[in-house]
Design a protein around this ligand. Structure first.
Ligand code: BES
Ligand code: ZN
Length: 613
């Protein structure tokens, strides 16, 4: 009995789920979902079918045809990474119905009390399923090797509305009949203050792309297939987001030119509350975004370009499991930069390659004692994907794809990419499948590029590309001069926006003379920057340099946003910096802010603190 995926209990010899029909009753008072999941398999099966779950309590498992109970067992001790295995004994069925409830600590869900929202009057809940959290919402074969279509009937308070990574069908009154299996019971299901929202997802997706959000939502049209959603009370956020993302349709068109038809019909954007743990999440038809990307410059569009690019690389062609995550993120980083190049110009794209290069070399330092994490294809047996999340799959993956482009030339590579996507769309593949396709379509490529070194080797291959652009080189040399006590002049930084500052700050030594750090901030007001990338880069430097004047600002920041891109470096800097004051601050802030973070972010900060404190 071999598993198909190190992060799932799904067995290779078992039929995979092809469709899931969910009935969900969302109880905001208890932060619990009472649900039923009807799983349809690719073929009838006799034997013990393994499913993934996390913190889910099963009420009954039924044969949907006869409504007779099916025998099942729930493993006694959850695996710390994979969760709890559910084994259902099937005798020739091709579908099964599980009636269950989630737990308030479900790792995919963040339940926000009214006070944690913009409006302060209505609760909010949203999901983040990647990499392995869908199993905390419904029992399933939670591996991207499986591709599912789904239907959802969602029962929510009438004052709220729902969005999903799916087509919205209708909003209507609850019907008594629907409640028959549910623990919630018909009186709750049909209570006066409840409505039902129905969704269908017709395109087959890996379970990690299952997504919803429920709150008091409002939207604005920004293009023929794009709406921007925010909390309806957050009118300023909605205004700013509509402006920021006005160019989305143009990007979709460019994406179609480069990579083929857009297969998902709609491309809507949901701007989440500040606790959203990622910059963006490529949920199909409804991308999720942190509000921190809205800052009135090019970077918001860039995150959208990235999530849009996943519509081809990641969502159409999907990594078969997380050991091949670079197939998702490396290709998407490449595709993102191709879109950015067309809509924002080659300079911007090159600067992004530079920032990425810096990120990649930093990761090599971070993983110097864990070289497995520097490989594109890597062994994740016993490894929690949230713990090893890094820039490596993005930037080394980008470098590999770009290396192939440089070898064959752009025109030929563009044709190859289109063919690659057309060949494997709606499939989940591994690194070897990609390499075989590459060798078959670009004969002799393995003689020009050491494909094995790139995909299985550690570190950064010699034929990677460190960008050269005047602005990039200038910034790096200015950063070097800082060590010798020289600050960049007003003239030198006159044209800089956030990304230039970010590159500059990240190229400074990890620790500097405190007086010099403060002088830099006095002149350029970096700690107060509205651009969080700049602010965090600066605060990180300030913490490591033991400039304790900034601890107040660090605390404020850590309590205002839950995006892990900011939490990780700040908590790491605090925990790693020798002083007890820093460690103390890390512990105290986490204790106070913990409840405001998404469960995934809580787990990540916990593991940072336990490593150093
Ligand atoms: N799919 C990722 C986010 C993700 C990765 C969630 C792994 C869970 C596990 C998304 O496409 C992404 O890469 N987001 C980036 C933004 C992007 C511009 C690089 C992020 O959140 O920073
Ligand atoms: Zn991505």
């Amino acid at each position: 009995m071999a598993p198909i995926d190190p992060h799932s209990f799904t067995q290779v010899s078992h039929p995979l789920t092809t469709h899931v029909a969910l009935s969900l009753y969302l109880d905001f008072n208890t932060s619990i979902i009472h649900g039923s999941a009807l799983l349809s398999l690719s073929s009838a099966f006799s034997g013990n079918l393994s499913l993934d779950s996390r913190c889910i309590s099963i009420d009954t498992v039924l044969d949907p045809q006869t409504l007779e109970p099916l025998p099942y067992t729930v493993s006694a001790n959850p695996d710390p990474i994979r969760g709890t295995e559910i084994v259902v004994a099937l005798s020739g069925q091709s579908s099964l119905l599980l009636v269950y409830s989630t737990s308030p600590s479900a790792s995919a869900l963040q339940w926000l009390s009214p006070l944690q929202t913009f409006s302060k009057t209505h609760p909010y809940v949203y999901t983040q399923c990647q990499a392995i959290h869908a199993r905390s919402i419904f029992p399933c074969q939670d591996t991207p090797a499986a591709r599912i279509r789904y239907d959802v009937v969602m029962n929510i308070p009438a004052s709220l509305s729902a969005v999903m990574s799916a087509r919205h069908v209708r909003r209507r009154l609850p019907v008594l009949e629907e409640a028959k299996h549910l623990q919630a019971g018909s009186s709750l299901w049909c209570a006066e203050d409840r409505v039902v929202e129905e969704f269908v997802m017709e395109q087959p997706i890996p379970p990690y792309l299952f997504a919803f959000a429920v709150g008091e939502l409002g939207f604005r049209e920004v293009g023929p297939r794009t709406r921007v959603y925010t909390e309806s009370a957050a009118t300023e956020v909605l205004d700013a987001a509509a402006l920021e993302f006005a160019g989305t349709e143009e990007m979709i068109r460019q994406g179609e030119k480069l990579f083929g038809d857009y297969e998902w019909e709609r491309f809507d954007l949901l701007v989440l509350p500040p606790s959203f743990p990622y910059g963006g999440m490529e949920n199909p038809r409804m991308v999720f975004l942190t509000p921190t990307v809205i800052k009135g410059d090019a970077s918001g569009a860039q995150v959208v370009a990235h999530e849009l690019a996943h519509s081809w690389t990641g969502n159409l062609i999907t990594n078969i499991n997380n050991e091949h995550f670079w197939l998702n993120e490396g290709f998407t980083t490449y595709a993102e930069r191709r879109i950015v190049e067309v809509v924002q110009g080659a300079d911007r794209a090159t600067l992004n390659i530079g920032i990425g290069w810096r990120g990649l070399t930093d990761e090599m330092e971070r993983f110097k004692d864990n070289l497995e994490c520097t490989k594109l294809k890597n062994n994740q047996e016993g490894v929690d994907p949230d713990d090893v999340y890094s820039q490596v799959p993005y930037e080394k993956g980008f470098q590999f794809v770009f290396r192939i482009e440089r070898q064959v030339g752009r025109t030929a590579f563009d044709d190859f990419l289109k063919k690659y996507i057309a060949t494997f769309k709606f499939k989940s593949i591994d690194t070897d499948t990609f390499l075989e396709f590459l060798k078959a379509n670009i004969p002799g490529i393995e003689k020009e590029i050491n494909l094995q070194l790139w995909t299985e080797g550690v570190g950064i291959p010699e034929d990677a590309y460190e960008p050269v652009s005047t602005i990039y080189t200038k910034i790096i040399s200015l950063a070097k001069e800082f060590k010798e006590g020289k600050m960049p002049s007003e003239d030198e930084v006159a044209e800089w926006n956030g990304q230039e500052w970010e590159l500059y700050l990240e190229n400074l030594p990890k620790t500097c003379e405190p007086s010099q750090v403060m002088a830099l901030d006095k002149r350029y007001k970096l700690a107060e920057s509205k651009d969080y990338e700049v602010k965090v880069s600066f605060l990180q430097l300030a913490i490591s340099s033991k400039c304790r004047e900034y601890h107040g600002e660090v605390e404020k920041m850590l309590k205002a946003v839950g995006r892990m891109k900011y939490l990780r470096p700040l908590f790491t800097a605090l925990a790693q910096t020798g002083g007890t004051e820093e460690k103390q601050l890390a512990k105290q802030v986490f204790a106070e802010a913990r409840e405001t973070y998404h469960p995934i972010a809580q787990g990540v900060v916990e593991s940072i603190l336990s490593k150093y404190i």
